[in-house]
Structure formats: C-alpha cells, structure tokens
Ligand binder design. Structure first.
Ligand SMILES: NC(=O)C1=CN([C@@H]2O[C@H](COP(=O)(O)OP(=O)(O)OC[C@H]3O[C@@H](n4cnc5c(N)ncnc54)[C@H](O)[C@@H]3O)[C@@H](O)[C@H]2O)[C@@H](O)CC1
Ligand SMILES: Nc1ncnc2c1ncn2[C@@H]1O[C@H](COP(=O)(O)OP(=O)(O)O)[C@@H](O)[C@H]1O
Ligand SMILES: [Mg+2]
Length: 277
C-alpha cells in the first residue's frame, strides 16, 4: 500500500474555507472530556487548541474544584457536569481522554458512550481505559478516531518490535474496527485501513507533555465542524505540526511550549489560506 506524504497538496484538497456569512451554529458544537484535579493542564491545552481550530461552540466537562480556574483561563468555553454524554443532542462531536485517569469514575464515560451516535476521538487515558478494562469495540456504534503514541498503541493492540510492524497492525485494525488510527510520533502515520499517510510537518519541540492533548482538541474541533474522521485526522495532524514549525521562528525546539504552538495555529491557517485563494 502506497504511503501518501501528508503535505500541503493533500491538505489543500481537504480544507474548506470558512464561508463569510457563517454563524457559530455553522461550525459545530464540540464536547471535550479532558483533565482531572491534578491534570487540569490537559483540559486547558485541549480546549484552547479546539477553540483555535475553528469550532463554533465548545463545552468542557469539568471537575467542580477546577471551575473558577477554567472559567478564568478559557472564558470562550462553556462547562457541563459529568452526566452529559447521555444527552449529547446539542453536540456534533466528542473528544475524550487527555488526563482523565484510568479509574472507575472515568470508566463511566466509556460506558456512557455505548448509547452515543456522534463521532468521537479517543486519546490518552480513554485508550488506556479501553485496554485496561478490555472494552469490546463492538459496543461503539459511531465513527471514531484513535490517537495513540506508541506505548498506548501497544497497550491496545499488543507489543510490537518496530514502527513498521505497528503500521501494519494499524492498517489491519483500522479496517477491522472501521475507524481511523493516528499512530503518533516523529512522522505520524494515519490510516483508515484503505488509505495511509505519513505527516511531513512538526519538529522535536513537540516532544513535550501536552503536545498530544492539543492535537486531540484540534481533531475534535474538525470533527464538530463536519469533516469526516479521516479528514479531521489529516487536518489536525498537519496543522498541529505546521503550527510547531512556525513556532521555530520565535522559539527553539528546546524552549517551545505547547501554549506557543497553540497561539500559532492562527498563522498555520493563514499560511494554508494564502495557498488556496
Ligand atoms: N498538563 C497536563 O495535564 C498533562 C497531562 N498529560 C496526560 O497525562 C496522561 C499520561 O500520559 P503519558 O503519555 O505521559 O503517559 P504514558 O505512560 O502513556 O506514556 C509516556 C511514555 O511513553 C513513551 N513514549 C511516548 N511517545 C513515544 C514515542 N513516539 N516514542 C517512544 N516513546 C514514546 C515515553 O517513554 C513516555 O515517557 C495522559 O492522560 C495525558 O493526556 C500529558 O499529556 C502531559 C501534560
Ligand atoms: N520529534 C518529534 N517530531 C515531530 N512530532 C513530534 C515529535 N515528538 C512528539 N511529536 C508530536 O507530539 C505529540 C505528542 O503526543 P503525546 O505523546 O500524546 O503527548 P502528551 O500526551 O504528553 O500530550 C504527537 O502529535 C507527536 O506526533
Ligand atoms: Mg498523549
């Protein structure tokens, strides 16, 4: 199977310009389940990246003790208590996992998803929960994207000796589970079991805690805006890396923070728009 280089040409065919007469309802309402008392950073990072990627509305599930900090740091978002998945009618997509932990409280979110029909991105502890509690994939009757790094991938699908073995498994699992798998790393690999892509953007400034949490927010945003699971994965991975590359104009790989990268998502969109006309 030919691995397509995920570059500007690919993205040009996927990205849709924002219509000038749109309103917030046009761009979807995302639900983000991220963070916990000691990992509130994951909530903030994923939420900011989601909002910077074009979503019309964002609701974040919060821990009551974090409420005032979240309101202050992300006033654009709305907040909901934990029983929201069961009434998912206001939303167009769900992002779940960064920093939520793998205890039985977080496991309830996975069970609530059994009734869900919206597209979902599973990341970080959502993937770890599925592996730990051996959740049956057949319970998920919706379109979904998995974004594991290599350790999370091996927890889900067994130990692998090499990246090329992981890619082979990713293609097979994406086909079997009818999902999109984003195998994250230096050259992130994306597959829906039929198509395969290797990303060309990004740098080692992203090799820091929180980078993946931002990617989750971005992909959630694209899903809520109506892009398909494959399109959302492609756009998220490419623009996340491009924003990190743009950040090298003002920071080094060492000094770069994911917060800087999120602030440059705007320049990544501008550079894309300038190529499209
Ligand atoms: N500010 C925050 O609140 C943060 C919360 N985080 C959350 O903390 C939880 C734990 O996540 P972690 O991913 O740290 O824990 P894991 O135990 O899943 O994985 C961490 C280890 O995986 C290995 N690894 C990851 N990618 C690799 C690659 N491409 N090549 C080789 N080795 C690789 C590294 O050895 C790394 O130390 C997640 O829920 C995550 O979302 C982290 O994102 C860090 C920031
Ligand atoms: N050396 C690198 N080159 C390019 N991208 C990288 C590099 N290191 C990490 N990344 C990217 O950063 C993100 C890290 O995600 P993840 O490991 O889930 O981080 P975290 O859970 O700490 O937020 C992925 O999107 C990955 O592709
Ligand atoms: Mg992660």
């Amino acid at each position: 199977m030919e691995v397509v280089k995920l570059d500007l040409n690919c993205i040009k065919n996927t990205y849709k310009k924002r219509p000038c007469d749109s309103h917030k309802g046009t761009h979807g309402h995302a639900l983000l389940i991220a963070g916990s008392t000691d990992k509130m950073g994951a909530t903030i990072i994923a939420s900011r990246a989601c909002l910077r990627s074009g979503v019309g509305l964002l609701t974040v599930v919060f821990y009551p003790e974090n409420k005032s900090v979240l309101f202050n740091s992300i006033p654009e978002a709305m907040y909901a208590n934990s029983c929201v998945i069961s009434d998912s009618s206001p939303y167009q997509a769900i992002g779940i996992g960064p920093g939520i932990g793998v205890d039985e409280v977080s496991l309830q979110y996975i069970y609530e998803l059994y009734e869900n029909k919206l597209p979902v991105i599973f990341d970080a502890d959502a993937l770890n929960l599925i592996a730990k509690y051996k959740i049956d994939w057949k319970k998920f009757n919706f379109r979904f994207v998995l974004t594991p790094h290599l350790k999370e991938f091996d927890r889900l699908f067994g130990e692998h000796d090499s990246e090329s073995e992981r890619r082979t498994t990713a293609i097979q699992k994406a086909k079997d589970l009818n999902c999109v798998i984003v195998l994250k790393g230096h050259k992130t690999f994306i597959t829906d079991g039929i198509h395969t892509f290797e990303n060309t953007t990004g740098n080692s400034g992203l090799a820091k805690g929180g980078s993946g949490d931002a990617l989750t927010g971005m992909i959630t945003s694209f899903l809520a805006q109506g892009y398909t699971t494959l399109e959302s994965a492609i756009l998220g991975v490419y623009l996340h890396g491009l924003a990190a590359d743009i950040t090298l104009q003002t920071q080094s790989e060492e000094s770069m923070l994911i917060t800087d990268v999120i602030e440059n998502i705007g320049l990544a969109f501008k550079s894309l728009n300038s190529e499209i006309q």
